[in-house]
Ligand binder design. Sequence first.
Ligand code: HEM
Length: 419
Amino acid sequence: MSTPSTTGPVDMMDPALLSDPFRGYSRIREEAPLTRAVFAGLGTGVWLVTRFDDVKTVLSDQRFVNNPANVPGRDAHNIREEIIKARGIPPEYARYVLDSVLDADGADHIRLRRLVSRAFTARRVSELRPRVEQITDDLLDRLPGLAEDGVVDLIEGFAYPLPITVICELVGIPEEDRPQWHDWGRALFSLRPGALNEPLRQMIDHIHDLIERRRARPAEDLLTGLIRAHDEDGDRLSDIEMVTMVLTLVLAGHETTAHLIGNGTAALLTHPDQWDALRADPALAPRAVHELMRWCGPVQGTRIRYAAEDVEIGGTLVRRGEPVMALLVSANYDPRRFDDPESLDITREPDGRREVHVGFGHGLHYCLGAALARQEGEVAFLALTRRFPGLRLAVPPEELERQVLPGSWRLARLPVRLG
Ligand code: HEM
């Protein structure tokens, strides 16, 4: 069993890494496939898992848990207090933020996930497709009007409003309340410390209020479905859990999908052969989305996992209680799994139905909204190539402003000319 051969922990905010995380991780992946990292607020002890096979192992091995309180011998209360402090979460909202489906293990996780999984099956998602196309068309109709000197920010004008509108529709947030959700969604993008707290409070209050409204007037939406589950068996789902679930869906599904569209459009525009290929053959869309998720997927790494006992991964011993992060962007560039991983090729997989990357995670916590996100991506890229065949970047590619956080990789803006 060996320990990493790199000289010190990887600084996740290292500018060299941030400028190109996809390629930046390759040295770590080759030299020390499991290595320690420094994360702001999380200390120096997080193991980064960088190789494709090891990432899949960690994400499917039940000896790793998402909730550190489930590590035997840990004091659950103290751990919670530590997390609240480290993440700067106002204590009164902790229950809404720390008890989501992503924080749950075992039977708790299955119970929470089952309550909403029906809304995200491939069939239910395909029923939603005409609405997603309509929302997309409406947003694209408005794009030319947003241009200043012929330049539009595609993140602000399209990539960002599409997913929040789709989630509102799916959850059952009434149209008249949506402008407010757009504002909250925008606040979530803000990187200012503490900037999330006020919108978080408002969102929580608003969801509580919506639950009351839906109790009085049920509708065909996810919220009503949650209320029915609650009424059928009150022990199964509390009001707080309902609010947490809605909040989780909005938080997990909004920014991620926005930046699949943002990163993906930038990738296609900087690879005109790929843009032209998709334009010429719309049937390539599902494969294009798989490849864009691999090549520039918006989620860098999963939630931290904790070893519930000593586990050996890729020849390295991870001790009980130690935190581990599966680095999805690194796994998706692992040459052991992908030929010529650095090249973008939307025809890469001959069978477009098969997803081979780990951009949506893997195992029990595999992204619940993957089918929906893929569909939004397909609809968005197809509509852009059809409606604006001459779309082009308004700045040189090297001037695109990237923001890399421990969890995500995204463009602050995507200035384009509609052509
Ligand atoms: C989980 C990525 C869109 C809801 C995850 C995970 C990843 C991910 C990597 C696993 C995290 C982990 O294991 O620690 C993405 C990406 C998206 C996207 C890249 C867009 C391109 C969505 C959408 C929704 C959604 C649209 C719902 C509206 C969820 C939920 C979980 C999850 C609820 C937690 C599942 C569980 O813990 O069982 N997502 N996601 N995601 N995602 Fe997504």
